[in-house]
Design a protein around this ligand. Structure first.
Ligand code: KIV
Length: 292
């Protein structure tokens, strides 16, 4: 039996995911930002997203805007060192696909050279040209519509999108523009369930929902949210399966108490000196060394 669950299983591919969607299987994606989270999630999910949410989840920023290509490459490389079997999607950070097509292609191509199978970009029709150029260069693209965190200031905060009729129609239209431009899948974030259902029914590519109700082709949640490792406000669409923060802090508290009481480490957790070396060490006194 292999020590690594992933090497016995075939790698997940885009055609495989699209076929699973057509077969009515729901797709599962979560975030991985490093080797540890990749190893944890890879045997379980279909897609690993090296998300720019690393900025707020791990790097202490208030939002994803400060995240750079250098940061994303650093985290992607850590994930890829674990040789995941899941499809790895790398998130294009703010300003890495907004300035020119050349820069967009260079940044996205750098992700593929590091082992990602696809990239994700936020935004609708205004990204169609960039999506077409990426697909033309054999770079698969996942779109991201609705509550797009990189537009936090333009949206006036992290707010549900598409509630007004004209906004709903614009998002529906954007979804079709992105499919036409060549996206292989779309993340739908923070939109009403009925709108997500309509988008999902009317597209032929998978939709991956987050705060978009049950009728998407799949779901994504940030791994740290699922495990209860994030603190502060959690949106209502986050279902937490463990109070990980408390559980981990309890374990650390017990270890710290053992250190303070002397209960850690025990003899079994330490290395013994052989008897002859013990005698030499015991006989040693300062300035008694023979080598001068
Ligand atoms: O960066 C991220 O984690 C994301 C998901 C929430 C879809 O974009």
């Amino acid at each position: 039996m292999s020590h690594h669950p992933s090497i016995d299983r075939p790698s997940v591919t885009i055609p495989m995911l699209q076929q699973r969607m057509r077969d009515g299987e729901r797709l599962v994606m979560t975030t991985a930002y490093d080797a540890m989270t990749a190893r944890l999630a890879d045997p379980i999910v279909d897609m690993l997203l090296v998300g720019d949410s690393v900025g707020n989840v791990c790097l202490g920023f208030d939002n994803t805007l400060p995240v750079s290509m250098a940061m994303m490459n650093h985290h992607l490389e850590a994930v890829m060192r674990t040789r995941p079997r899941a499809l790895v999607v790398a998130d294009m950070p703010y300003l890495s696909y907004h300035l020119s097509l050349d820069e967009t292609l260079c940044n996205a191509g750098g992700f593929l050279k590091r082992g990602a199978a696809a990239v994700k970009v936020e935004g609708g029709a205004k990204r169609a040209e960039a999506v077409r150029a990426l697909v033309e260069c054999e770079i698969p693209v996942m779109g991201h519509l609705g509550l797009t965190p990189q537009s936090v200031h333009a949206m006036g905060g992290f707010k549900v999108q598409g509630r007004a009729a004209e906004d709903a129609i614009r998002i529906l239209d954007d979804a079709h523009r992105l499919e036409e431009a060549g996206c292989f899948a779309l993340v739908l974030e923070g939109i009403p369930s009925e709108l997500a259902a309509k988008i999902t029914q009317s597209l032929s590519i998978p939709t991956i929902g987050i705060g978009a109700g049950p009728d998407c082709s799949g779901q994504v949640l940030v791994l740290h949210d699922v495990l209860g490792l994030t603190q502060g406000h959690r949106p209502k669409f986050v279902r937490t399966y463990l109070d990980g923060f408390t559980v981990l802090q309890q374990a650390l508290t017990r270890w710290a108490a053992d250190v303070r009481s002397g209960a850690f480490p025990s003899a079994a957790e330490a290395y013994a000196l052989p008897a002859d070396a013990q005698a030499a060490v015991a006989a040693w006194t300062p300035h008694a060394s023979t080598s001068s």
